[in-house]
Write a protein that binds this ligand. Structure first.
Ligand SMILES: *[C@@H]1O[C@H](CO)[C@@H](O)[C@H](O)[C@H]1NC(C)=O
Ligand SMILES: *[C@@H]1O[C@H](CO)[C@@H](O)[C@H](O)[C@H]1NC(C)=O
Ligand SMILES: *[C@@H]1O[C@H](CO)[C@@H](O)[C@H](O)[C@H]1NC(C)=O
Ligand SMILES: *[C@@H]1O[C@H](CO)[C@@H](O)[C@H](O)[C@H]1NC(C)=O
Ligand SMILES: *[C@@H]1O[C@H](CO)[C@@H](O)[C@H](O)[C@H]1NC(C)=O
Ligand SMILES: *[C@@H]1O[C@H](CO)[C@@H](O)[C@H](O)[C@H]1NC(C)=O
Ligand SMILES: *[C@@H]1O[C@H](CO)[C@@H](O)[C@H](O)[C@H]1NC(C)=O
Ligand SMILES: *[C@@H]1O[C@H](CO)[C@@H](O)[C@H](O)[C@H]1NC(C)=O
Ligand SMILES: *[C@@H]1O[C@H](CO)[C@@H](O)[C@H](O)[C@H]1NC(C)=O
Ligand SMILES: *[C@@H]1O[C@H](CO)[C@@H](O)[C@H](O)[C@H]1NC(C)=O
Ligand SMILES: *[C@@H]1O[C@H](CO)[C@@H](O)[C@H](O)[C@H]1NC(C)=O
Ligand SMILES: *[C@@H]1O[C@H](CO)[C@@H](O)[C@H](O)[C@H]1NC(C)=O
Length: 455
């Protein structure tokens, strides 16, 4: 417990401290018409500040700087859309989402498709810069009450909004600080995006509800760099989704309770839709107390390809499944894909047909060290039986669990220098299905259900 608290306290300072005032002021150089548009605030949550933001965004839509005043609280009582080109957004104050759950649910239910990104930004050369001052420049989701309102055996209450989306090109996001998001935090679409210095605190209070679906980054963009981040959450810290290409994710600290580490997917849920993820590099990642360190997840009967992914220099501690892959993904709470239950049902895959797979190839795991959560595996996200993350036969000694559909669906995997050991100091095991030697000539280990033997 002590170590988690210490990390919690130190992480934002370390991560944000890497940023110098000098580099921040240079970001403020406006290479446009020089206009500054200041977002006005009504001063309390009884005034909706979203219209002021929309006004400022309209005035400074093409060249300009949008400023949230230092230390001021802004209440975004309604969602905002803005298209901004050649614009800097400077968040020196705090943005709050509304605290009334039924009111927010009403907005989500009233939206077309039921998917709302509370802040939806589009544009070219759009920079977002938060404050380096830790006492201001936050986005407050007020999510704790949503997590606490989740009923027993529920996997998150209905009609939750996503926090924000950037669908941008040639853009920078820096010094982002988010506290208690309701659920999904940052969606990235677009091309050529550089993200630096991020702190997401979606850790629940002691005895609080599980922070379901608090994904840190959902990346479906191309040519993206995400670096220097600390994410405490209850789902994937960073996941690369369909369309993600040329993404590097470096220098991260991921912790829970409830975190699910760094991921690819899920892919292949929509059968008949070909999905791709290419050229992804996760490097220098610390994972503490998560269910997974790295995870690749695809659905049975999906189509597409995951190609050229490297997970290097991982330092994992107290992690249930450090290296994990499934081509038979089980999404808790979704009736379409309850194949876990289906397996026990004598091969009835809950309506899914095992006639195709997302092919996974050229995957490298390199330089991993740390320990496996032997004694208290899993987290508080388990509300089905068997549990969604249950691996039959696992006993807290498996550093690697790879479950491929058949001998041709996982190709050119390579493992190098994997030194992850059980907390019991028993021999490290591997659970490995269909990682065929003909398809994987340079595997670097022996694929057996037993003791991990490297070659
Ligand atoms: C955002 O834009 C979309 C598409 O134009 C629209 O459907 C939606 O209502 C807008 N949302 C807001 C809050 O303006
Ligand atoms: C955004 O930031 C980058 C890097 O700091 C800078 O080169 C670019 O000019 C900025 N864009 C705008 C619109 O100011
Ligand atoms: C406004 O703020 C008060 C005090 O923090 C809070 O109790 C109330 O729920 C908030 N209302 C909305 C709509 O966010
Ligand atoms: C919360 O929002 C609902 C729906 O808009 C409203 O009926 C209710 O009065 C609000 N509650 C508070 C405490 O403001
Ligand atoms: C986000 O904004 C863009 C551009 O205004 C719009 O096309 C899109 O539909 C919006 N998305 C949502 C979910 O509001
Ligand atoms: C992002 O913006 C581009 C260009 O405006 C558009 O074609 C694309 O559909 C948008 N993506 C999403 C997910 O909204
Ligand atoms: C991704 O990177 C590769 C190798 O540098 C390059 O050939 C490809 O064009 C890039 N993809 C995109 C969408 O920019
Ligand atoms: C594979 O991905 C790496 C980044 O991890 C990139 O440097 C390399 O160019 C990619 N290879 C190809 C053939 O695109
Ligand atoms: C395969 O992975 C290696 C190591 O990441 C990379 O250098 C190479 O470019 C990849 N090849 C292809 C075809 O993606
Ligand atoms: C590992 O995490 C579990 C929660 O999953 C916790 O109960 C246990 O105390 C942790 N062990 C260590 C050694 O940190
Ligand atoms: C293995 O999976 C691939 C891709 O789904 C499929 O084309 C092939 O028929 C399968 N092979 C066997 C032996 O099941
Ligand atoms: C290995 O993992 C698979 C899931 O990928 C599971 O079904 C199987 O029971 C496990 N085997 C052992 C021996 O742990």
């Amino acid at each position: 417990m002590l170590s988690i608290k210490l990390i919690t306290l130190l992480a934002p300072l370390t991560v944000l401290g890497a940023y110098t005032p000098q580099s921040r002021s240079s970001d403020l150089v406006v290479r446009d018409n020089g206009q500054t548009c200041t977002v006005q605030s009504g001063g309390s949550n009884s005034t909706d500040d979203s219209p002021s933001f929309r006004d400022a965004a309209k005035q400074c839509a093409n060249g300009g700087t949008l400023v949230f005043k230092q230390g001021v609280d802004y209440y975004f009582n309604t969602p905002v859309n803005a298209t901004l080109n050649n614009v800097n957004i400077q968040l020196n104050g705090n943005i709050h989402l509304p605290q009334n759950i039924t009111y927010v649910q009403g907005i989500v239910n009233g939206s077309t498709g039921g998917n709302v990104w509370w802040i939806n930004l589009t544009g070219d050369h759009l920079n977002f810069t938060g404050s380096t001052n830790l006492s201001t420049g936050w986005i407050y989701g007020h999510g704790q009450q949503w997590w606490d309102a989740n009923p027993k055996n529920g996997s998150g209450i209905a009609s939750r909004p996503h926090l924000w989306r950037f669908n941008v090109t040639n853009s920078y996001l820096k010094n982002i600080k988010i506290r208690k998001p309701i659920a999904w935090v940052t969606t990235l679409n677009g091309n050529n995006i550089d993200v630096q210095n991020v702190f997401v605190d979606a850790a629940t209070t002691p005895n609080g509800g599980f922070p379901f679906n608090t994904d840190g980054f959902d990346v479906a963009a191309k040519n993206v760099k995400i670096s220097d981040f600390a994410i405490y959450n209850g789902d994937d810290a960073v996941t690369i989704n369909n369309g993600g290409e040329n993404v590097t994710v470096t220098n991260g600290l991921i912790a829970g309770p409830g975190c699910h580490g760094t991921s690819i997917g899920s892919l292949g849920q929509a059968q008949g839709v070909y999905q791709t993820v290419r050229n992804i590099w996760f490097d220098n990642i610390k994972v503490h107390g998560c269910v997974y360190g790295s995870r690749i997840k695809t659905y049975l009967g999906g189509q597409g390809i995951v190609q050229n992914v490297t997970f290097s220099n991982y330092d994992v501690s107290n992690t249930t499944f450090p290296i994990y892959l499934t081509q038979n993904y089980f999404n808790q709470g979704s009736s379409q894909t309850q194949n876990g239950a289906g397996v026990q049902d004598g091969g009835n895959y809950g309506g899914r047909v095992d006639n195709s797979s997302v092919i996974i190839e050229n995957i490298t795991y390199k330089n991993w060290k740390g320990d496996i959560n032997t004694y208290h595996p899993g987290d508080g996200s388990c509300v089905t039986s068997p549990c969604w993350y249950d691996v039959p036969g696992s006993d807290g000694t498996q550093a690697i669990v790879i479950g491929c559909s058949n001998s041709t669906t996982c190709k050119d995997f390579r493992f190098q220098n994997i030194q992850v050991i059980p907390q019991s100091y028993a021999q490290t095991q591997i659970n490995c299905t269909n990682l065929d030697s003909a398809s994987n000539p340079n595997l670097g280990l022996v694929c057996t259900n037993g003791t991990l033997i490297t070659k």
